[in-house]
Design a protein around this ligand. Structure first.
Ligand SMILES: Cc1cc2nc3c(=O)[nH]c(=O)nc-3n(C[C@H](O)[C@H](O)[C@H](O)COP(=O)(O)OP(=O)(O)OC[C@H]3O[C@@H](n4cnc5c(N)ncnc54)[C@H](O)[C@@H]3O)c2cc1C
Length: 442
């Protein structure tokens, strides 16, 4: 191995940035390549019709321990609005509101008490849900055989109302996968991370600044300050892994690399690796992964318009979660509505989708939100996350590959987590730790 060549990190999403930052701060020479002009990947600020918006509304949970520690070190943790305890609001299209709030009890009691005391479900639907929550806690949220979450919930005697109101909104928000397809194992892992550790792990945190300001911009600045080289706007079109030093080829040049951390989306990684005979099994796995969309619809109203809460789930609507960007980010009068894993409305015209969602907001807020928004902006991310099915979960690749010195990072890497910021950050930091110890031992 050529010890002098830097480690190349491909892709400056949250995974690549986390990897590059960990290496640069450890004194390892690093070059970060990103095809887009700006970093951040699937979680970044964008300019749309002259307005600064996020490419999609994001939320974090207290169980994102590595992400939160990283934001703390970057000095941007304060840009997250954190609940003092878990509190979820729900509204029907009839304007009825419900709450699921965890009392100030130590984990894991707060989940059971939250369900037991919530008005979201009538008693006959609530008790089976409570019994399931208790059973899951007793078995540490583990299962022997993975299967679709809906099958699991039905076998566990959950009523249709409990599935529709309690489990489905959580599954869509956490896994971006419909409940009849979602991996029970991944879903239970999220529940365990949120509810089996500290009570603080179940709290929701919502960014109060645009996503680039929260992470990509300060992370890039820190990498550059630590001596890392940023090649933004420089797409990688080929890599050579025949023998070390490896080679990274872009439109601008050819760069030697002692090791490579590939933090590209799985489709791009599969394309880049297709020609390498040693990596054919990996390419097969990458090609078997499937994606799931997320649509964020931004609706603008007069500045004084407020939702009844910072955010809430819309029950039985086309929209799933609504966020008051005025309350949260100071974007007065702006409401973001999120549709996860929603293939059904991808083909709808933007205006039509916006009008349907505006009508829902008007109804479920009991007229607090005016009937007509002044503007509608729709951002569709067709490949927002991988589809977290049992088959995909079984196919997710590890950090290490058949080529020593060539490592994978990205939210799709087998961390056990769904496609999330925390999955991306953990995968990036793990790849960096391995690359770093290899660099030290070389
Ligand atoms: C609309 C939306 C809403 C979401 N909501 C949430 C949420 O609420 N909470 C949560 O935790 N997660 C959420 N996610 C998921 C989260 O954003 C992703 O899991 C995470 O950003 C993935 O990061 P990554 O680094 O693995 O991949 P990416 O962000 O995809 O990074 C890969 C990078 O590689 C670059 N690239 C591609 N090809 C090349 C090439 N040939 N050469 C160089 N660079 C290349 C890309 O431009 C990109 O910047 C959401 C995602 C979306 C899209």
């Amino acid at each position: 191995m050529n010890r002098d060549a830097p480690v190349a990190v491909l892709g400056a999403g949250w995974a690549g940035l986390s990897a590059a930052l960990a290496l640069a701060e450890a004194g390892v020479a690093v070059r970060l390549f990103e095809a887009a002009a700006q970093p951040g990947g699937r979680a970044r600020g964008v300019s749309l019709h002259g307005q600064r918006l996020d490419n999609g509304q994001h939320v974090l949970i207290g169980a994102y321990t590595e992400t939160l520690a990283l934001l703390e070190r970057l000095g941007t943790r304060h840009l997250l609005r954190e609940q003092s305890r878990l509190r979820l609001h729900y509204r029907t299209l009839d304007g009825e509101g419900f709450e699921l709030a965890a009392p100030a009890l130590p984990a894991p009691l707060h989940l059971a008490f939250g369900i037991a005391t919530s008005t979201l479900l009538p008693a006959r639907d609530r008790w089976p849900a409570l019994a399931l929550a208790r059973r899951l806690q007793q078995q540490d949220f583990g299962i022997d055989q993975d299967r679709p979450l809906l099958d699991f919930l039905q076998a566990e005697r959950q009523t249709d109302l409990a599935i529709g109101r309690l489990w489905t909104p959580l599954c869509l928000a956490a896994l971006n996968t419909a409940v009849d397809q979602a991996s029970t194992r991944v879903f239970l892992r999220v529940l365990r991370d949120s509810f089996a550790g500290k009570a603080a792990h179940s709290r929701i945190l919502v960014p109060q600044a645009d996503l680039s300001r929260l992470f990509a911009a300060p992370a890039s600045e820190r990498i550059a300050r630590a001596g890392g080289q940023l090649h933004y706007g420089e797409r990688v079109h080929e890599i050579r892994l025949d023998q070390p030093p490896f080679e990274v080829r872009t439109v601008r040049g050819r760069y030697a690399a002692s090791q490579i951390i590939c933090a590209l989306p799985h489709q791009a990684a599969a394309r880049l690796l297709a020609g390498d005979a040693r990596l054919q099994a990996l390419v097969g796995r990458l090609r078997s992964l499937r994606d799931s969309p997320i649509t964020t619809v931004y609706l603008d109203y007069p500045a004084a318009t407020r939702l009844p809460q910072d955010f809430f789930a819309i029950l039985d609507g086309v929209g799933q979660w609504a966020f008051d960007r005025g309350r949260l980010l100071g974007e007065l009068g702006r409401i973001a509505v999120v549709l996860s894993a929603d293939e059904a409305h991808l083909g709808w015209e933007q205006e039509r989708l916006g009008q349907v969602l505006a009508a829902e907001l008007h109804q479920c807020s009991n007229g607090l939100v005016p009937a007509q928004p002044s503007s509608i902006r729709v951002i569709r991310e067709k490949r927002a996350t991988f589809l977290a099915t049992p088959a995909v979960e079984a196919a997710r690749p590890a950090t290490a590959t058949a080529v020593p010195g060539f490592w994978l990072a990205g939210d799709y890497v087998a961390t056990g987590l769904p496609g999330t910021l925390e999955g991306a950050v953990r995968s990036g930091r793990q790849a960096a730790a391995i690359a770093r110890s290899r660099a030290a031992g070389a």
